[in-house]
Unconditional design. Structure first.
Length: 100
């Protein structure tokens, strides 16, 4: 574990917790895209996501290729669209708390 300062903790050179990944997203994306690194994002000490360079992915890796993937006319997408429309009519909690 590398300690940058008491408030910044990076688990190692290629593993970042979610908070640090948010802070350093641009740098992390650069390391992945231009440096060819694989970066692991962890949440509560467990791997949460892995960023890989585009050169390491292929069309076969696409999530839509997953067995059992939903068809475009699946009712799930109608529900998601309804949720998105509903959220658009409500202010995010962050904005609500600024008014207080």
């Amino acid at each position: 574990m590398v300690m940058l300062n008491p408030k910044e903790v990076i688990l190692d050179n290629k593993t970042f917790n979610v908070a640090e990944a948010k802070k350093h997203l641009s740098e992390i994306l650069g390391r992945v895209a231009h440096g060819g690194e694989r970066i692991t994002i962890s949440k509560r000490g467990k791997p949460f996501a892995i960023l890989i360079p585009p050169s390491e992915s292929s069309p076969e890796d696409h999530l839509a290729k997953t067995k059992g993937w939903l068809e475009n006319d699946d009712p799930f997408f109608g529900l998601i669209n309804q949720i998105v429309r509903h959220r658009a009519t409500h202010a995010p909690r962050v904005l609500k708390s600024k008014k207080s």
